[in-house]
Design a binder for this molecule. Sequence first.
Ligand SMILES: *Cc1c(COP(=O)(O)O)cnc(C)c1O
Length: 354
Amino acid sequence: MKDSLNIKTTKAGQSRLAETDFRDLPFGKVFTDHMFVADFEDGEWKNFEILPYGPISMSPAISALHYGQAIFEGMKAYTQPDGSVSVFRADKNFARLNKSAVRMAMATIPEDVFMQGIAALINIDKAWVPSEENYSLYLRPVMFATDPVLGVRPSSSYKFVILANPSAPYYSNPLRVKIETHYTRSDNGGVGAAKTAGNYSRAMLPTVEAQAQGFDQLIWTDAKENKYVEESGAANLMFIIDGKIVTPEVRETILDGVTRDTIILLAKSMGITVEERRVAISEVLEAIENGTLTEAFAVGTAATVTQISEISYEGKNHVLADPATRTVSPAIAKKLNDIRYGVTADEFGWNWIV
Ligand SMILES: *Cc1c(COP(=O)(O)O)cnc(C)c1O
């Protein structure tokens, strides 16, 4: 990709690659040598730079810290069989970042800043993109308000940063989840559809409490009646009932997941019926009891597909069909991985070779 931004590059003196143990890559802890940064000032994006990954000096008054104007994205890059690097559906993440920016009254980002920032970072840290099976490079764009002003109003300056982490395959035991009926993640008129910092901080106490009760995760319900399934921690939810994929429709309280969209398109192409609609807790529990619910799983960039083995509701635990017996979601997940790793034809045009 041509660099029309004239990105200024400062190379890291010494690469940390040699001393990095790729067999020990806890999520989000190991960063590549560099990062991409840009500033929004005086109404325009400027100061495009690749810098050594490290601290950025800033005023403790920046409004992101006080009032939460902060948004992020998460996507992955994969080494292809010919050694090139592909980023999966980056256009969707770009569009969603700007959707989040609009909702949080922040500056939006031009497509060339987002895309060329990613390309420049991957190019300089190409040696960090793992080529081992099922590994990837996780990309974390983040934008936050930098006005050093305590007044409550939209900031006039922002910083955009892209970080990258080499990531190991994500293995997870099937999840035991609790349907949350007290705390909520988002509400009508709120910011649930934005990937914004406050949605994750407000979820921390409820999640820690659920974990103390022995669950891995929560299923959030609607804030109005606590009757409908919304989504999980940082993943959307899908159920297979009577052979059809049933998933909560995207609405202002639910994040529009790229993996969710991808799985729906793949499922349809494989002849599976998909229903995007409100999903009542009662429907899910009845389908578990009468055996028509054969699979339940969470979908997101980190894990692709994570099976759910047990769902607890108001103190009663419901055990689902044995994850080992499930065939539909593993088949879709395999097709998705084959596309991401360039093993099978990219018939939807999802791979962007950087
Ligand atoms: C990021 C996220 C998802 C999953 O989105 P992907 O684009 O598939 O990674 C789902 N729900 C929430 C709340 C999220 O933050």
